[in-house]
Ligand binder design. Structure first.
Ligand SMILES: Nc1ncnc2c1ncn2[C@@H]1O[C@H](COP(=O)(O)OP(=O)(O)OP(=O)(O)O)[C@@H](O)[C@H]1O
Ligand SMILES: [Mg+2]
Length: 256
């Protein structure tokens, strides 16, 4: 079982889109669970789960919770706005950083992959997700990119690795909303080349594509593969899935 967190403190960089479509891609071959760790519950809504009976809020409060089957091979622990106050609820607890890790352990070996959609915050929930994860993916939006933002995330990951989870690896930085016609997209690639993080950059870029937005529209609520399997978005996310599978295999060979 591999646990992969999709995280960036910046909002709107395509964390949720990446989490959902990667999970859907891996569910073609593997048993996959998505845990929606964001009180905005965008991922839950995007896959068609509104007003669930129990949510990640119950998981964090150690109450019984349901795992919902949403597609073939694809399960979800949903979120809802109730999750908004959780930081305060768990603040005074011992081992408050490892609540999610322990819950995942109890789910046992039922899954090959677990994807964690993180909120655009560096709060206790994000710390829980990074503590539970083997790998983290940082999506960055091409048009609002800043190397400073990436540095902040990488420092944060370093802090979690040092104090809570020494097994956490940066799986890669993913450029999203990519438009090669824009000068800014080219300058980002150059920024990375000039910087020590070049190796961390995924070769796959996710192009800006309206099919992705439409797939999430309230009348659709589909993965990009269900909505338009030949769209640039579907092609890019399948390519990313392949790149990730290769990367994880390489990591595993190194460590075994
Ligand atoms: N490649 C793309 N092309 C066009 N639109 C996209 C693309 N990826 C994501 N979007 C759109 O951008 C918006 C933000 O995406 P998303 O919700 O995945 O970001 P997020 O990082 O999860 O945001 P938040 O920080 O609020 O959780 C959504 O409306 C989504 O449909
Ligand atoms: Mg999101």
């Amino acid at each position: 079982m591999k646990v992969i967190a999709i995280s960036n403190q910046k909002g709107g960089v395509a964390k949720t889109t990446t989490c959902l479509n990667l999970a859907a891609y891996f569910a073609r071959k593997y048993k996959v669970l998505i845990i929606d760790c964001d009180k905005q519950a965008n991922l839950s809504k995007n896959i068609g789960v509104e007003e669930p009976k129990t949510t990640i809020n119950d998981l964090f409060q150690k109450k019984p919770f349901e795992v919902i089957n949403v597609r073939k091979n694809l399960d979800l622990i949903p979120s809802s706005i109730d999750f908004a106050g959780i930081d305060l609820v768990i603040q005074g607890e011992l081992a408050r950083e490892t609540i999610l890790k322990k819950a995942i352990k109890k789910l046992g070996s039922a899954y090959d992959f677990i994807f964690l959609d993180c909120p655009p915050d560096m709060n206790l929930v994000t710390v829980n997700a990074l503590t539970a994860a083997d790998y983290v993916i940082i999506p960055v939006q091409a048009s609002q990119f800043s190397m400073d933002g990436v540095d902040i995330m990488i420092q944060f990951i370093g802090g979690v690795r040092e104090s809570l989870n020494e097994d956490l690896s940066l799986l890669g930085i993913l450029i999203t909303h990519f438009d090669e016609r824009l000068r800014i997209s080219k300058s980002i690639e150059q920024d990375f080349k000039d910087n020590e993080w070049e190796d961390a950059l995924f070769k796959t870029r996710i192009r800006r594509n309206t099919a992705i937005e439409n797939s999430q529209h309230k009348d659709n609520r589909m993965t990009i593969f269900e909505y338009q399997k030949n769209s640039p978005g579907a092609v890019d996310y399948a390519k990313l899935g392949n790149e990730i599978a290769r990367k994880i295999k390489k990591y595993s060979e190194t460590w075994d």
